[in-house]
Write a protein that binds this ligand. Structure first.
Ligand SMILES: Nc1nc2c(ncn2[C@@H]2O[C@H](COP(=O)(O)OP(=O)(O)OP(=O)(O)O)[C@@H](O)[C@H]2O)c(=O)[nH]1
Ligand SMILES: [Mg+2]
Length: 309
């Protein structure tokens, strides 16, 4: 998948609440000041406010403090680039690209999961547009048969984006929809099948069982699939969202995270807390509601945007 044009600008715009609030507060705190114990305590507090997580905020403060005590830095201005590079260092050098099937092995399958309202269906529209623009044929599977209007919502996107969709009845069996979609993708020679799933069922264990069932059907129908199970997390839900995401990650083999609604949050530091808590690569971030508002996650670009003036 090509790196998208204008990605940095869109990311900066998406992170403008964070950069104006959290980023601005930290900049104001550090720049033009000599380092002191008190200043470092304030820095720790500001990092907690940014949602990086308490443990990480303490670690970051201690790192900067140690540099100060060793005499390597003495001012906030010197601490500033150190802080940024320490934040980037929380992201290991890992594969953040989308995984595709070998062309001869048939369709790539991307299953999209997450709690209700996280942004799954919108993310599917965004991924679909990117893939379609890159010349891939895409088929959507509407496996959220639980929520009224979920199928309709995905159908509207499919029509707008000019791709096909496989639907079932509302209240029908989502695994049967997954089965039909796999068969359709294989027989049509589709490049990528994207599977939408429910975000809410009667209980959470029902939800996890349903996800596992969809997964088993996909695995059986198309060997090597699913190639991606993307867990969608709403950035505005903070630490609560992290805990819910853990339940999903424990229940199914997630291959990557999509962090949505970063544009609606002033606490972009949540991406660090999520990476730490789930130990999974963050592959994309959602920066708005249109199909163009999805950017690949690059730690350095992201941290820069968090602190952009
Ligand atoms: N600002 C902003 N809004 C977003 C983003 N992603 C999704 N949304 C909005 O969040 C709301 C919920 O998005 P959906 O895609 O329907 O969420 P879902 O996870 O499919 O929800 P369920 O189907 O109910 O489980 C919609 O109003 C979207 O427009 C984003 O990156 N930024
Ligand atoms: Mg949905």
């Amino acid at each position: 998948m090509a790196i998208f044009k204008g990605a940095i600008d869109r990311l900066r715009k998406g992170l403008s609440k964070t950069s104006a609030n959290t980023g601005g507060a930290i900049r104001h705190l550090l720049l033009g000041k000599p380092l002191s114990k008190e200043l470092l305590r304030d820095l720790e507090r500001a990092l907690i406010q940014a949602d990086v997580g308490v443990k990480t905020a303490i670690e970051l403060r201690k790192d900067i403090e140690a540099m100060w005590e060793r005499g390597e830095i003495s001012t906030g201005d010197e601490a500033w680039p150190m802080l940024k590079s320490q934040l980037v260092a929380y992201f290991p050098d890992e594969d953040r690209t989308l995984h595709f099937a070998e062309p001869k092995n048939g369709p790539t399958v991307i299953v999209v999961a997450g709690i209700n309202g996280a942004g799954k269906t919108t993310t599917i529209a965004k991924l679909c547009k990117r893939l379609h623009d890159d010349g891939h044929s895409v088929l959507l599977a509407a496996c959220d048969t639980f929520r009224a209007a979920a199928v309709e919502q995905l159908t509207v996107w499919a029509t707008r984006l000019g791709v096909d969709i496989v639907c079932g009845q509302q209240g029908g069996d989502p695994a049967a929809v997954a089965f039909d979609a796999c068969a359709a993708a294989r027989s049509r020679g589709t490049d990528v099948l994207i599977v939408d799933t429910a975000g809410r069922l009667h209980t959470q264990s029902h939800l996890m069982d349903q996800l596992s069932k969809i997964r088993r059907v996909v695995e059986k129908q198309l060997p090597g699939a699913p190639h991606e199970v993307l867990l969608v997390i709403d950035a505005t839900t903070g630490q609560n969202g992290v805990n819910q995401a853990k339940v999903f990650a424990e229940a199914t083999d997630v291959t990557g995270i999509v962090l949505t609604k970063i544009d609606g949050s002033a606490r972009g530091g949540i991406v660090i807390a999520i990476r730490e808590a789930l130990n999974l690569p963050v592959k994309f971030v959602g920066v708005g509601e249109t199909p163009d508002d999805l950017e690949p996650f690059e730690p350095e670009v992201f941290v820069d945007a968090m602190f952009a003036e």
